[in-house]
Design a protein around this ligand. Structure first.
Ligand code: GLV
Ligand code: MN
Ligand code: MN
Length: 410
């Protein structure tokens, strides 16, 4: 055990997470999409708590909250996000925001610790309107035109309209003041099984995967499902299904063991039982930390699409709609987390890459960044049943706060 108490209040951390879980509760998880009423309430919840940590801040013009300290000395930025995927889990995002708040509550009033923790909640990490819009706005990677073009993927509401309805349209967007913070630290649930299956308490993130996304548009011929002979059909739905199966047959030989690919959505048009679909749209994603490998997979995707087009008589167009660079986590940050885990988690930590995307990969473009993971029960996430043991949550908070203290003391 460490000889320097962190004074983390585990009960307070659990109570905060439970309070956030009640905002937009759905089964044992939450439904808190970006700019929904529960999401805005959760941001207000955070703003109201910033003074407890000697911080001041408000919701900015893109839905970020940034709590700023006037304490002299180095500043460390810490946070995550408060919106959720639709009907999803209670810890994906809030865990990192509450740890950051706890670190600020412990460290900022303590005159023995130099400097302060500043707390951020980044808007739309879950990509309802775009991808990483909040953290990208902070680092200067979002234009007004990007905001004009952003629409909610569920109901197509424009981001401008959502900002107006939330009363945020006239607020300015807060940008990073270069050099203000020594770096960014984020905690998150692992969302996989590595920690749980090896009996470990803390993941020290080494890198965050890049995400590439594609829209595949298939055009066939809409026609009557009863009178059109099978040989005469150009069924866009069937072509979509064939493409998905062909991808899964071919990708493994060209991929690495950690490469993953997902067909997250197939939309058939018009989508009725008695009509052969004339159009299909597939949203397809590839994740890996090697851009050259993804380039090869993208070529294979296009080749497979051409073959499916020939076989089905449909046209198949592949459009790349998102390219994501992988991010490396800073070595000093990894060391600080490891040392904190050796004091507060009996050294039960492991260095590991992140297969999920996180705001830390955006912050890493302008400052040193690090991440720590706590175990996810059964590795489940992006589902309402997502959960982590209370003991793991509290241990993670102790490691996080101690890592913050170490980074500020360096
Ligand atoms: C973030 O939630 C991701 O999908 O990786
Ligand atoms: Mn998340
Ligand atoms: Mn998520």
């Amino acid at each position: 055990m460490a000889d320097h108490p962190t004074k983390v209040d585990g009960a307070r951390v659990l109570a905060d997470l439970t309070a956030l879980r009640a905002i937009g509760a759905y089964k044992t998880g939450v439904h808190r999409p970006t700019f929904s009423e529960p999401h805005l309430s959760s941001l207000k919840w955070l703003v109201d708590r910033l003074p407890q940590a000697g911080l001041a801040g408000e919701i900015d013009g893109i839905g970020n909250v940034l709590g700023i300290s006037t304490k002299p000395g180095p500043k460390l930025l810490a946070g995550s996000h408060l919106e959720s995927q639709n009907f999803a889990g209670w810890l994906d995002g809030p865990l990192g925001v509450v740890y950051a708040l706890e670190a600020a509550r412990v460290i900022n009033p303590d005159p023995a610790i130099k400097g302060a923790v500043e707390v951020a909640s980044w808007c739309d990490e879950e990509g309802h309107f775009g991808h990483f819009l909040g953290s990208r706005s902070f680092v200067g990677d979002i234009t007004e035109e990007d905001i004009d073009a952003a629409h909610d993927r569920t109901d197509n509401r424009s981001m401008r309209e959502a900002l107006r309805a939330a009363g945020l349209a006239e607020r300015r967007r807060v940008s990073a003041q270069r050099g203000r913070q020594i770096g960014y630290l984020e905690a998150h649930i692992e969302q996989g099984r590595t920690l749980e299956s090896s009996g470990l308490g803390i993941g020290v993130v080494t890198s965050i995967v890049g995400i590439w996304q594609y829209r595949i548009i298939i055009t066939g011929e809409q026609n009557h499902a009863g009178t059109t002979r099978m040989k005469d059909r150009r069924d866009a739905g069937l072509a979509a299904a064939r493409l998905c199966v062909a991808i899964d047959d071919r990708f493994p030989a060209a991929a690495d063991p950690r490469t993953v690919w997902t067909t997250g959505r197939i939309t058939l048009d018009p989508g009725a039982p008695s009509i052969i679909p004339g159009h299909a749209e597939i949203l397809f994603q590839i994740r890996d930390d090697n851009p050259a490998l993804v380039e090869r997979l993208e070529a294979l995707l296009r080749e497979t699409a051409t073959e499916v087009a020939t076989a089905t008589g449909c046209s198949v167009e592949v459009e790349c709609i998102r390219t994501g660079k992988p991010a490396m986590m800073d070595e000093k940050f990894q060391q600080a987390i490891e040392e904190a885990a050796s004091d507060f988690a009996e050294g039960k930590s492991i260095r590991m890459p992140s297969g999920a995307g996180h705001d830390a990969q955006v912050l890493a473009t302008i400052m040193p960044a690090g991440m720590l993971f706590v175990p996810s029960i059964g590795g489940i996430s992006h589902h309402w049943s997502e959960n982590t043991d209370d003991a793991d949550i509290v241990r993670g908070a102790e490691v996080f706060v101690d890592a913050c203290r170490r980074l500020l003391s360096n």
